[in-house]
Design a protein around this ligand. Structure first.
Ligand code: SAH
Ligand code: SF4
Ligand code: F3S
Length: 468
């Protein structure tokens, strides 16, 4: 059962709006107004949605996954690639029929895509049944927006991106009960030339360490066993802040909290990944042995054009240091294939880096031009078909590596957090401190518990036996 963590505060002003919205919603929709939140994009969005769900509950709504029974429908959107945006437009389109059937329902679009002025304009013009569009830095005002619309106000378009203080004291309705997200910083200052994120999320802002520690403590007290610290560039946490706590120090402080739990984090940027951070991962027993370190391209020429500010050599040096220092390390990465001006020779450097490092898994993307970014204005002579061939070649190489490496787990014993049901009857799934998934005999009462599992065989999945 998803649960509410203790923090259900709201700042006074939003608290009043929430109470008024609840009264209006009850009058309009009867006893049990329902809200459906549909989330696209990365974990940052999933975490934002958990906060908006908390505010919806405070505003009198019960949450539902069934859009057709909802009185309030919220799309939390992603703008990172064109495909992500197309999916959102398709989904918004489906609400037209619902709205025709019941004009009283409210349709809202928020998140990274909504933050783009061109998107907001398009919705204003072509999607008249959308009641409100709001950006990434005003989400904490959701109760106010609901109140305004329910009390007969006009359509709402709120896109201010003033990079002000991070709103704290927001209620949270977490999706999980033992695995959860904990945002530590918001925004991005890196301006990689292909990327829309800095434009839609605004400048880097870090939460106060005390706030993060308090939220982590709350999560641990509520039974969370796997906490992922989130930020677009998590290892630049604390930069420019007077408190002087950097990401490594933050990890140490969370690691020092009492309780049996695991700390994960994403995403780290190679340019801010120091040996000190790697040492901290090694030395903190609760920090998982996983490093997600996107390298994007193996070619220095392309890295420069991407404005990534590290080289192939410095990346590889970090990776060897991490491999030497962290036992059973899971390494994962993001790669873009077909950046403007990338040649097959450049791409081969990406392939050779993949072969050299042998990542546990990869998130691979074909370059997607994002309007307003510098790369979108660069010449891009290679066809989509050609990029597709390179992409398939990369997938084949990674598949071979993964197949070869997965059997290396056989015979090893890991501490595994049981986190799901296997497809096979009577079996559960779990993850070790890295990203390795293992199946073992068990039942529902093991969910959310740590068990020691010895890996016995690989047969489409890794199978092990509980050895406690
Ligand atoms: N802040 C993180 C993640 C950003 S978005 C980081 O810097 O790693 C997640 C991934 O999407 C990126 O790592 C990149 O590989 C991919 N991505 C971002 N913009 C893209 C674009 N325009 N086209 C294709 N992939 C993109
Ligand atoms: Fe985008 Fe680069 Fe920032 Fe990641 S670090 S969010 S890829 S601009
Ligand atoms: Fe997408 Fe925004 Fe995340 S653009 S990847 S949802 S930060």
């Amino acid at each position: 059962m998803p649960q509410m963590i203790k923090n259900d505060k709201l700042p006074a002003e939003q608290s009043i709006y929430a109470a008024r919205a609840a009264a209006l919603a009850a009058r309009k929709y009867g006893e049990n107004p329902k809200a459906c939140v549909v989330t696209f994009g990365c974990q940052q969005n999933v975490s934002d949605s958990e906060r908006m769900k908390g505010m919806l509950v405070r505003s009198g709504y019960t949450l539902t996954e069934n859009m057709s029974e909802a009185h309030f429908i919220l799309f939390n959107t992603c703008a990172v690639r064109e495909h992500a945006e197309d999916r959102v437009y398709g989904n918004i389109g489906t609400t037209k029929a619902l709205k025709n059937a019941n004009p009283e329902i409210i349709v809202a679009v928020c998140g990274c895509m909504a933050q783009r002025q061109s998107v907001a304009d398009k919705i204003k013009r072509s999607y008249p049944y959308v009641d409100m569009v709001f950006g990434t830095q005003v989400q904490h005002r959701l109760p106010e927006f609901i109140y305004r619309r329910l009390s007969g106000g006009g359509r709402i378009f709120e896109l201010s991106l003033d990079n002000g203080e991070i709103p704290e004291d927001v209620p949270i309705k977490r999706d999980g009960t033992f695995k959860g997200w904990l945002p530590v910083m918001y925004g991005c200052d890196n301006f990689c030339t292909y990327c829309i994120v800095p434009y839609v999320r605004g400048r880097e802002r870090s939460r106060e360490p005390e706030r993060i520690i308090a939220e982590a403590s709350d999560m641990i007290a509520s039974g969370f066993k796997d906490i992922t610290l989130l930020g677009q560039n998590v290892n630049s946490y604390g930069k420019g802040e007077p408190h002087g706590v950097d990401f490594a120090e933050l990890l140490k402080r969370i690691n020092a909290l009492d309780g049996d739990f695991r700390i994960r984090f994403m995403t780290s940027h190679p340019k801010d990944c120091t040996k000190r951070l790697i040492d901290t991962i090694r030395d903190c027993e609760k920090v998982s042995s996983h490093l997600h370190l996107p390298f994007q391209s193996g070619s220095d020429r392309i890295l420069k054009r991407m404005n990534r500010r590290y080289t192939r050599e410095s990346y590889l040096e970090l990776i060897s240091y991490a491999k030497e220092n962290i036992p059973d390390l899971s390494l994962t990465s993001d790669i873009i294939v077909g950046f403007p001006g990338e040649t097959y020779e450049d791409f081969c450097e990406t392939l050779s880096l993949v072969k050299e490092v042998e990542f546990s898994s990869l998130f691979t993307f074909i370059y997607s031009p994002r309007e307003g970014t510098p790369a979108a204005a660069m010449e891009d002579p290679v066809s989509r078909e050609e990029k597709g061939r390179w992409f398939s070649e990369l997938l084949r190489v990674q598949e071979d590596i993964a197949k070869r490496n997965i059997v290396k787990h056989i015979g090893k014993t890991y501490r595994v957090l049981c986190d799901g049901f296997s497809q096979s009857e009577g079996f559960m799934t779990g993850h070790n401190s890295g990203t390795t998934e293992i199946e073992f005999e068990g039942s529902a009462e093991m969910l959310g518990k740590f068990v020691n599992v010895t890996v016995k065989k690989y047969d489409g999945a890794l199978y092990g036996t509980v050895t406690e």
